[in-house]
Design a protein around this ligand. Structure first.
Ligand SMILES: *Cc1c(COP(=O)(O)O)cnc(C)c1O
Length: 397
C-alpha cells in the first residue's frame, strides 16, 4: 500500500528543535517561560495585533474571550453555523444559547444580511417572524423587551476571510462585540490586514493539522492591552497578588507550555512560506480541474480577500460532474489518500438541535456536495501524481 497522504499533516520548518532544546537546556520545562514570551512577541509581528496571549488551545481562547465579554446563562451569542464545533462549544460552556447564522455563497462564511435579520428578530422578540428560516421559531421565551446578543463569533473558514466590513457595520450599528475565529486563517488577509485584527478579539489555533502547529495550542489576540492582561490572569488560575494563594474569581489552566511555544517559534519562521505553498497547491488544483463541469472552488470574491488556503475545498454538482462527493472521497480512500466532507453545519448537529438558527440553505448544500482535498504543504510531486490520478479517473479527464 502506498504511503498515506493526509489532509494536512504537521510540516516542521527545521528551526523548532533549537527553541525546544533551549527550553530543555535551561530546564524551563513548565507552563510559561522565555519561549512563550518570545512567541507572543513574534505573533504580534505575524498578525499585526498589538497584544497576544499564548494559550493551551484555540477553544480556550474563545472561552476566555466570551468570559471577558460577560457572557452568562441568560445570554444569546451569535455564531457561524458552518464551522467546526469548537467555534460554538464555548458558548454552551457558559450556559448561554448559541444563535446560528448560515453562510453566504461566495466566501462560505457568515452572511451579513442574515446576521442583521437575526439581531433584529432577537431584539423584537419575534424570532419566527423573519420568514427566512424554518428553524428560527425557537426564541426567547420570556415576555418583555427583546434582547441583543452579547457577542458575535465569526469564523474565517478554511482560511477564507469573512466579509468583515459588512459584519462589523452590522455589529457596530447594534453595539455588539465581535470575536474573529481565525483558527484556520493565520496568514490570511482582509483589506490588507491580517485576519483576527478587525474586531475586539481574534483567536488562533496551532492544533496538529492547522497551517502551522505547536502540536496543540492557541492564542488570543487583541489591540486592547488590558483585556489581554486579563486573559493571562484568568488563564493562570486567576491568582490575586498575595504571598499565599488567594482567588476572587474563577480561574482556568489555559496557558501554553514553554516547550510547546518553542515549536511555535520555529513554525512562525516558515509561516509566510507555508501560506505561499498552500496557495500554490490551490492553484495547482484549479489548473487540474479547470475544464471539469460541475466543480467549483471556494474562491476569493475580490482583491480585498487573501486566503491562506489552509485547505483547498471544492463543491461537486453530481448532476453535471459525472461523480459525486462521496464517490470521490471513497476513491481517494481506496488510494490511501485522506479527504473530508466540508463541516456539517452546527444547526444540523444533534447537540445544537434546539438552538435558534437563521438558515438559507447555503451551508446545507456545501455539506452535501463539498469536499476538502488533501492540502498539506509537505505533499511531494509523487503525492500530487497520485492525487491527480484519482481526480482524472473520477472526473474522466
Ligand atoms: C481548530 C479550530 C478551532 C479550535 O482550535 P483548537 O486549538 O483545536 O482548540 C476553533 N475553530 C475552528 C474554526 C477551528 O478549525
Amino acid at each position: 500500500m502506498a504511503k498515506k497522504i493526509y489532509l494536512c499533516s504537521p510540516h516542521m520548518g527545521g528551526g523548532e528543535m533549537k527553541y525546544v532544546k533551549e527550553a530543555f537546556d535551561s530546564n524551563w520545562v513548565a507552563p510559561l517561560g522565555p519561549n512563550v514570551d518570545a512567541f507572543e512577541r513574534e505573533l504580534c509581528v505575524a498578525t499585526g495585533a498589538k497584544h497576544v496571549a499564548a494559550l493551551s488551545s484555540g477553544t480556550a481562547a474563545i472561552h476566555l474571550s466570551l468570559i471577558m465579554l460577560g457572557v452568562g446563562p441568560d445570554d444569546y451569542v451569535i455564531g457561524t453555523s458552518f464551522t467546526f464545533s469548537a467555534t460554538v462549544n464555548p458558548i454552551a460552556y457558559l450556559g448561554a444559547t448559541p444563535v446560528l447564522i448560515d453562510s453566504e455563497s461566495d466566501t462560505w462564511n457568515m452572511d451579513p444580511g442574515l446576521l442583521e435579520e437575526a439581531i433584529q428578530s432577537l431584539r423584537s422578540q419575534h424570532p419566527s417572524g423573519t420568514g427566512i428560516s424554518a428553524r428560527s421559531v425557537v426564541g426567547p421565551q420570556s415576555e418583555g423587551p427583546g434582547r441583543l446578543p452579547k457577542a458575535i463569533i465569526v469564523a474565517h473558514l478554511y482560511g477564507m476571510p469573512a466579509r468583515m466590513k459588512e459584519i462589523m457595520a452590522v455589529a457596530d450599528k447594534y453595539g455588539i462585540p465581535v470575536v474573529e475565529d481565525a483558527a484556520e486563517a493565520l496568514g490570511s488577509e482582509y483589506m490588507g490586514r491580517r485576519v483576527g485584527c478587525n474586531s475586539k478579539f481574534g483567536i488562533l489555533s496551532f492544533n496538529g493539522n492547522k497551517i502551522i502547529t505547536t502540536s496543540g495550542g492557541g492564542a488570543l489576540i487583541s489591540d486592547d492591552e488590558a483585556l489581554i492582561a486579563r486573559a493571562r490572569f484568568l488563564a493562570t488560575q486567576a491568582r490575586d497578588p498575595a504571598p499565599h494563594y488567594q482567588h476572587s474569581v474563577i480561574g482556568y489552566n489555559y496557558r501554553m507550555s514553554n516547550v510547546v511555544a518553542g515549536v511555535g517559534r520555529g513554525q512562525l519562521e516558515v509561516l509566510d512560506l507555508r501560506v505561499r505553498q498552500h496557495r500554490e497547491l490551490n492553484q495547482w488544483y484549479r489548473e487540474l480541474l479547470k475544464d471539469v463541469p460541475g466543480v467549483t472552488f471556494q474562491s476569493e470574491p475580490s482583491p480585498d480577500f487573501y486566503s491562506n488556503f489552509w485547505l483547498t475545498c471544492i463543491v461537486i454538482d453530481p448532476a453535471v460532474a459525472g461523480t459525486d462527493r462521496e464517490k470521490l472521497r471513497l476513491a481517494f480512500e481506496a488510494a490511501n489518500i485522506e479527504s473530508r466532507p466540508l463541516w456539517k453545519p452546527m444547526h444540523l448537529q444533534p447537540v445544537f438541535a434546539g438552538c435558534p438558527a437563521y438558515v438559507n440553505g447555503t451551508s446545507e448544500k456545501l455539506f452535501e456536495n463539498g469536499l476538502c482535498l488533501p492540502s498539506g504543504s509537505n505533499i511531494d510531486d509523487e503525492g500530487r501524481e497520485r492525487i491527480a490520478e484519482v481526480l482524472k479517473r473520477e472526473f474522466g479527464i
